[in-house]
Write a protein that binds this ligand. Sequence first.
Ligand code: PMP
Length: 394
Amino acid sequence: MLNLLSPQTPDKIIGLMQAFRADPRTDKIDLGVGVYRDDEGRTRVLRAVKAAEERLWRSQDTKGYVGIEGDPAFLDAMRGLVLGGSVAPERVAAVATPGGTAAVRIALDLVRLANPKTRVFVPDPSWPNHAAIIGFVGLERVDYRYYDAVGRTLDMAGLLADLERTGPGDVVILHGCCHNPTGADLSARDWAEVGKVLARTGALVMVDLAYQGFGAGIEADAAGLRALAASLPEMLVAVSCSKNFGLYRERVAAILAVSADAATAGLVRGNLSNLNRQTYAFPPDHGARVVTEILGDAALCDQWMVELDSMRFRMQELRTALAETLRDISGSDRFAYLAGQRGMFSLLGASPVQVAKMRDEKGVYVIGDSRMNVAGLTEANIPRVAEAMLAAGL
Ligand code: PMP
């Protein structure tokens, strides 16, 4: 029977990681996979995480199962971190999931249970797993305009025009901040505009929040989705702690589902709980407990904020430094957009041939759609990255 399986196309990013490892050049530069790196190219455990783990090691006396929904203290902490005071707590149903990927998957399973005919509107471009998961759970995908690749900005007019075509049975995926892969985010006014359109069409918003704190700060990065949560009757949020707590492999995330009233929230909680049970029964606990420990302790939380700020500042500085180096070498301002975009990613606007040229001739690795991980830059490698981009004809 197993021979009946169809071959699957391997994940492009993992393929690229393997190619990078196999490349014997010592001066190769990895701007591919979406993992934060420090100036030495390392993805270190945050000090706040180490301290929280030490406390847990001392105090934890059981590894017995936790509830199907995850630890309630973790879910409360995530609700506070993400939604702030924008929604009454009784309207929110939450479950923990193994990473943001599972949060997206379970949230879409929930949508399918509610309405298998749902069309899911996805920004073009988006994190490729959105399309993959939507297809896998059997929902219809509709791409909406998001990015103006020529102007290197958000295509707000296109976005609004496309979202006008949504209706009450539809879901609209929005990136909470630090849009992957473009780095082009909605302004506060843009969020309000989107809110007005969706309030009119009745589509359900699903926010994918994987980089809170990487854009403009913890509070600022949640402001857009909080404004929507305060004004719309329902909303889903898939929030990941992989990046902002550096807990990638621990798989820490949650779904926050906002309903119109407490009774519906109870219904949603029962369904989310059931989906967790069918899929993995109990979500992982260690990383979630680390996050809860950090958010629940003023000193640890301050330490985490300082570390998070320093990751964000570093990425902003690298963006500015690359844009300035490119301006100096090329004598043109056409790369200024890199400094204005947010988070870990930007699209370089390179064709597949140019991407291959950067890799083969200069050892600079970016993803095939020309997505660059800004955190892979260092002060030392920026001139070489800039030269590789210009030599490839950008
Ligand atoms: N959403 C987006 C937009 C992402 O970029 C990522 C990470 N690449 C995720 C969700 C999920 O990340 P994880 O499963 O590692 O928490």
